[in-house]
Design a protein around this ligand. Structure first.
Ligand code: FAD
Length: 462
């Protein structure tokens, strides 16, 4: 039952709440309700900007007492906009962004509202790193809880593979620690089960030595080279060492300084290379880099922090996007024909197709060791429609759906963090029926009333 959020009801909360409380009447409301995806325009009833674990407990209790849905915002990068909802309480963790790194144990403790740049910078200052996302302003929380893919994953595993523990507040307000020894079943579930089980206020990661200089950058070929590049890429991936993680991206070359003027805005395929060991990586990519002359090639030694920030300018906050994804078993001839055919239909602008190379350390962790679904997939395809002008929205969305439909025969589920909202039947494919049933039981134990429902939602069941 929903009650009216009167000034008195909100005022009562104010007396004990340490963080910010933003109502629709406040001048900061429109800024506070924004998330990364500029296509999402939703109006929560109240925004609670938590400054402590006690605030998180109070925020959950407040929403429940007033019969309001809860949307949890870490870094605000949910593509379908799970972190904001009309009429809900948005529990915003962004103020909880402290990061501490112990150089002796090489462990990082990271609060639930931090973004990756706030981890990467201090970690690199000590010569350390953990697999983060491809973009530095993405939230640590959402990315980690869904699994976490990134430039370092074939060497260091998914982000969850380096997670040692979490502290989280459950639907009933309890503060729990989950790790291999404390609440191990809950620890299993949060490593891939998303925000279904509670609000994580602290993560603990095991970092690894890296850099500061690694191999990074990209080489770019015009579309007529696409099919041959794909076939070479397929062979390259079969023997690729763990020290190298790559992406094959179809895009219009951006008007950035490193792109020759006559190539800017032209469509083509970019091979993005990240190598944790410069010598091994240079050797590994030698043949594919030179199979035919690229339009430009900027692969070379560069600081890890520069590699991490490489895509930031292409995907700034407020980007308007529609996104769908597939896990892919292999780059079959049929897949290559479909993807290159649909690429040719991509609208002008910043839309993109990402083929993400998985494998390496990711695939060596057993499928049931964590809740993450699909880690054994060799690739993912990300179908990314981006537009500026609202008039172009329909064109981009239609193109994404057409691309996604064409690739569906080659796919098996989709990574929960990089797809649109999956229904129960899709989640069963992504996680596998057995794992989904285990997640449902744990959901029933920790959140029987589905208080945390704005996510890739696992329905509670005994
Ligand atoms: P939010 O929108 O804040 O939250 C997303 C979900 O996580 C919501 O369901 C929310 O309820 C839940 N959540 C957030 N914080 C908490 C918390 N503290 N406790 C419990 N639940 C919480 N993914 C990758 O794996 N690798 C990438 O390289 C990558 N790149 C991306 C680049 C961009 C530009 C974008 C927009 C997304 C990218 N993603 C990537 C996807 C990303 O991992 C997900 O969108 C993720 O959910 C973002 O986390 P967030 O905290 O920023 O999101």
């Amino acid at each position: 039952m929903s009650t009216q959020l009167t000034p008195t009801v909100v005022g009562d909360l104010r007396s004990s709440f340490q963080g910010g409380i933003v109502t629709p009447k406040d001048p900061s409301y429109d800024e506070a309700r924004k998330i990364w995806n500029g296509d999402i325009d939703r109006r929560p009833a109240l925004i609670l900007q938590c400054a402590s674990v006690a605030d998180v407990q109070a925020a959950i209790a407040f929403a429940r007492q007033n019969g309001l849905r809860i949307a949890v915002k870490g870094g605000g990068h949910s593509l379908p906009g799970h972190s904001v909802a009309d009429g809900a309480v948005m529990i915003d963790l962004r103020r909880l962004n402290k990061v501490d790194i112990d150089p002796t144990t090489k462990r990082a403790t990271v609060q639930g509202g931090a973004v990756w740049s706030e981890v990467d910078g201090p970690a690199q200052a000590l010569g350390l790193a953990v697999t983060g996302g491809h973009i530095t302003h993405t939230g640590v929380a959402g990315l980690t809880l869904g699994g976490g893919i990134g430039h370092l994953m074939r060497k260091f595993g998914l982000t969850v593979d380096r997670l040692l523990s979490v502290q989280l507040v459950t639907a009933d307000g309890a503060v729990l620690r989950a790790s291999a020894s404390d609440n191990p079943e809950l620890f299993w579930a949060v490593r891939g089960g998303g925000g279904n089980f509670g609000i994580v206020t602290q993560f603990e990661f095991q970092l690894a030595p890296l850099g500061p200089t690694i191999l990074g950058g990209l080489a770019f070929w015009l579309p007529d080279q696409g099919p041959e590049l794909f076939r070479r890429y397929r062979e390259f991936c079969k023997t690729c060492p763990d020290e190298v993680t790559t992406l094959l991206v179809y895009l219009h070359a951006p008007p950035f300084d490193f792109v020759p003027k006559d190539v800017q805005h032209k469509p083509g395929f970019a091979l993005v290379v990240v190598g944790t060991d410069i010598g091994i990586a240079e050797q590994a990519v030698k043949a594919i880099r030179s199979f035919s002359k690229p339009a430009f090639d900027i692969i070379g030694p560069m600081p890890y922090l520069a590699v991490q920030g490489m895509f930031d300018p292409a995907l700034p906050p407020s980007t308007k996007t529609y996104f769908k994804a597939h896990y892919i078993g292999e780059l079959s001839d049929g897949y290559i024909r479909a993807v290159t055919r649909e690429a040719a239909k991509m609208p002008p602008g910043m839309s993109q197709i990402f083929v993400v190379q998985m494998g390496g350390a990711v695939a060596r962790v057993a499928e049931d060791a964590t809740a993450v679904g699909g880690r054994a997939s060799a690739f993912q395809t990300l179908c990314i429609g981006i537009w500026d002008d609202a008039a172009d929205r329909e064109k981009s969305v239609t193109w994404v759906r057409g691309l996604w439909d064409s690739l569906a025969p080659f796919s098996h589920g989709a990574y929960v963090n990089l797809s649109d909202t999956q229904d129960e039947s899709q989640l069963k494919v992504t996680y596998g029926a057995e794992k989904y049933a285990r997640l449902q039981k744990l959901k029933c134990k920790y959140d029987p009333e589905n208080v945390f429902s704005l996510n890739q939602n696992i329905l509670p069941a005994k």
